[in-house]
Design a protein around this ligand. Structure first.
Ligand code: 26Q
Length: 818
């Protein structure tokens, strides 16, 4: 390492012994937090440890930046509205390799390490899978030494925190930064002006953007340490600050209060994450958020590029920009604007650079979740960008017209502007048009992508489309979350699976070895006890750790079909009542997940789960044969406790609706068996672990389409299936809501009249699969054998594999040579 550039600039590099760590923590407590052993609160200790850990990441962080620069490497810029990194301290300590040492140092100082770790706020800067995927990708890019930077928004308030009051979801703000954040570093020297509104000056060809309001984007950096400090990446999040220009203007006129109001209003742009992972569209603040972070990020990366390189010609050789779903798609017109209006390139030159720089991942096929913006709203907020999009569209359609002169309907269908009704901009089409690669997130999803929403584009640009099946980082999702299983694996196959997850394949041979099989069961039992204690503490519901832990945790969504799971629960309840002395396999059914605040049906399902739990758990005839619990406030840190404790993983979306799923991978990696539909990455998991080691049920994608095409009649299933009818009738007649018998009227009618996600069509097969689950669980050695085979087959679902594929096929980036 080259630290000694300046002769007098000397400093001490921290060392990693227990003694050195103890001294660092004490130093940080005294000199940074300003406390001593007598007066330190728990949070003071946490912050002192945080600073001591951060010190130990700094050398590699600087070294990563220096090497990337010295080797003049191409960088990936991963643009994402959402990042769900989870708690950072434990992860950093493991990456640096000082987890045990730090714990020992804390013990010597009299601080309770485990309790302190649990005090850290969980940054909820995302809704669900998409944000968590971005975080796994940063971990893998850092571990693989790929030069990169993640760009997003430093929301003052992340995902709301969820409380359950009388069975219903209540949202509360998540002020995760209120007590300060010892990991982030503010970089006010990287501040950029971002403009909104105004108009185009009709002079000069009408392309000058004037009279816009200005907001300042200020950078906050987070170190993302790769495993064993492979390299250290940067997550740069933007926070909005009012520009002084605006304030001074009002202030000079003597209206200080009005100036402060304007300041607040413009800082609102980074105030709060939209807690909706699909349908909420068309809000101006959301558009401003998207533009805000994209504009700052592009200005920042262009500044860095121009500092190091003379000519913009080389931009595609040094810069890859990835857009994570369409939320950052404004990067396309913004890069065009910067290249043309600021850096004075011609249109053709600028466009040719763009189409070599951008790539785009699609995460959903559902029409209602595809982002579009009304032309009117868009033109008011971003007049210059609207003009660029219109010009782009005109160029594109003219070229297409030359290629397909007789197909006017193609031009209408493929246009960036949807003209059926009030005009709207199709952000997904804009993203495809600008990207040299467009990928889906599982094999099925990528196939459906080119046969449905992008069918026309796939005809025109077939070489652009590809698949990159999602993955998860084994560092957080096995090593960190599941110490008992990790230690067991370490003892048998060594520790290098953390970097090379394919090595788990060696566990196949151990699946039937009695000693390993038994130890595997003990590890699971330990995790189940940990979860049962936590659930008892948080909800008062006491689970028997010997019962089968049947788990569905994910966002609440009709397509994910938590209600199908619940229908099975109710059926089981009725069957136990009808036959109380049969030899029932005790089960604990565990739910968790947030519903978008305006999503009525999803909230009703939460309420019904809690109502059913209330009745079932209190029924003395049921006892331990069945327990139901909804664990509040699902988030990354809770997932780390729940997932390792699961016996059964529920992945039961209607075939063709779940783009990939990543929870499915986390459960299998932690030794749960999956009950799942032929959807998303479930299919590829089945291919890896074997159909014999998974409970697959339900209609397949083509069958779903056929059933719908033939005119689906959910009532037929209801009328012809006794158990199903009983379950629905009991919901409808208020058996679970006696104080308000009609509480679930809407929900029942939606099921019987339309059942858009075909719960009733899949019900019988699902219940049959659940019966097979019971039968297998009666044979613990066989169950454990299959669970071990699941773990053993999870090598390909490492996000390291995913990122290597992106690096080679999409970004064309190479690792740092160290
Ligand atoms: C869009 C516009 C306005 C407001 C919010 C949004 C919005 C926000 C978040 C739309 C979608 C999301 C998140 C989507 C998401 O998490 N998708 C999931 O992505 C995972 C990673 O690829 C997949 O595994 C899941 O299948 C997919 O549902």
């Amino acid at each position: 390492m080259n630290h000694a550039a300046e002769p007098d600039f000397e400093f001490d590099h921290p060392t990693n012994t227990v003694v050195a760590l103890r001294r660092s923590i004490a130093n940080r407590l005294v000199y940074m937090v300003g406390k001593d052993v007598q007066s330190a609160t728990q949070r003071d200790w946490l912050f002192a440890i945080f600073h001591a850990a951060r010190d130990r990441v700094m050398d590699r962080w600087r070294e990563t930046r220096r090497a990337t620069h010295a080797q003049d490497l191409k960088r990936v810029y991963y643009l994402s509205m959402e990042f769900l990194p989870g708690r950072m301290l434990g992860n950093a300590l493991m990456a640096v390799g000082i987890y045990d040492e730090t714990r020992a140092a804390c013990a010597q100082l009299g601080a309770d390490f485990d309790q302190l770790l649990d005090l850290e706020a969980d940054p909820g800067l995302g809704n669900g899978g998409l944000g968590r995927l971005a975080a796994c990708f940063l971990d893998s890019m850092a571990t693989l030494g790929l030069p990169n930077m993640g760009y997003g928004i430093r929301f003052d308030y992340g995902m709301f925190s969820q409380r359950i009051l009388k069975g219903q979801q209540v949202e509360e703000p998540d002020g995760w930064l209120e007590a300060g954040n010892p990991w982030e570093i503010m970089r006010p020297e990287f501040s950029y002006s971002v403009c909104f509104g105004g108009r185009l000056d009709p002079d000069n060809g009408g392309v000058h953007w004037i009279e816009a309001e200005e907001v300042i984007a200020v950078a906050y950096d987070y170190a993302v340490p790769g495993y064993e400090l492979g390299s250290v990446s940067t997550l740069r999040l933007w926070s909005a600050r009012a520009s002084h220009a605006i304030n001074l203007d009002a202030f000079n006129k003597g209206d200080y209060i009005r100036a402060m109001e304007a300041k607040n209003a413009s800082e609102n742009v980074s105030r709060v994450l939209y807690p909706d992972d699909s349908t909420e569209h068309g809000r101006e603040l959301r558009l401003r958020q998207e533009y805000f972070f994209v504009s700052a990020s592009l200005q920042d990366l262009l500044r860095r590029f121009l500092r190091d390189h003379g000519s913009l010609d080389q931009l595609p050789d040094k810069v890859a920009i990835h857009i994570n779903d369409t939320h950052p798609a404004l990067a396309v017109p913004e890069l065009m604007r910067l290249l043309i209006d600021v850096h004075r390139l011609t249109w053709d030159k600028a466009w040719s650079l763009c189409t070599r720089i951008f790539s785009y991942t699609n995460h959903t096929l559902m029409q209602e979740a595809l982002e579009t913006w009304s032309v009117d709203l868009f033109g008011r907020v971003l007049p210059r960008h609207l003009r660029i999009i219109f010009d782009l569209n005109a160029h594109f359609l003219a070229e297409l017209h030359a290629r397909f002169p007789n197909d006017n309907d193609l031009l209408r269908r493929i246009s960036l502007i949807d003209e059926n009704g009030p005009r709207r901009i199709r952000m997904a089409y804009l993203s495809v048009l600008a990207s040299h690669r467009v990928n889906g997130v599982s094999a099925l999803h990528s196939r459906l992508m080119v046969s449905t929403i992008f069918a026309d584009f796939a005809q025109v640009f077939p070489e652009r489309f590809c698949n990159k099946t999602n993955g998860i980082t084994p560092r957080r999702w096995l090593a960190q979350a599941n110490p008992p299983l990790s230690e067991l694996i370490d003892a048998r196959i060594g520790t290098t699976w953390r970097r090379n997850l394919d090595e788990l394949g060696a566990l196949r041979d151990l699946a039937t070895e009695p000693e390993f099989n038994n130890a595997f069961q003990l590890a699971k039992a330990q995790n189940k006890r940990r979860l049962a204690e936590r659930i008892a503490r948080e909800t008062g519901v006491v689970l028997n750790p010997e019962s089968l832990f049947d788990v569905q945790v994910k966002r609440m969504h009709e397509y994910k079909r938590q209600l199908l799971n619940l229908l099975h629960v109710i059926t089981r309840y009725h069957q136990i009542l009808a036959n109380p002395h049969a030899n029932w396999m005790p089960r604990s059914v565990i739910f968790a997940g947030k519903a978008a605040s305006a999503y009525y049906m999803a909230k009703q399902v939460i309420r019904l789960i809690n109502d059913v739990a209330h009745v079932v758990n209190a029924d003395p005839r049921i006892g331990e044969k069945l327990k139901v619990v909804f664990v509040p406030n699902y988030r990354v840190s809770l997932a780390e406790i729940i997932i390792p404790a699961a016996d059964l993983s529920q992945q039961i979306s209607t075939a063709g609706t779940e783009a990939s799923g990543t929870g499915n991978m986390k459960f299998a990696l932690n030794g749960a068996l999956t009950i799942g539909t032929w959807d998303g990455a479930n299919i590829e998991i089945a291919e890896q672990v074997g159909l014999d080691n998974m409970f697959v049920f339900g209609l397949r994608t083509e069958e779903v389409a056929a059933v719908r095409a033939a005119g689906y009649r959910p009532r037929q299933h209801y009328e012809s299936n006794y158990d199903l009818k009983l379950a629905i009738d009991r919901i409808a007649d208020g058996a679970f809501s006696p104080a308000e018998p009609h509480r679930y009227h809407d929900l029942v009618n939606a099921l019987l009249d339309s059942d858009h996600y075909l719960l009733l069509a899949d019900y019988a097969d699902y219940v049959a699969a659940q019966d097979k689950v019971d039968a297998l669980y009666r044979r613990p050695i066989e169950w454990a054998r299959q669970a071990i085979l699941n773990v053993a087959g999870m090598g390909v679902f490492s996000s390291d594999r995913t990122i290597r594929e992106y690096a080679e096929d999409i970004w064309n980036v190479k690792p740092i040579n160290s």
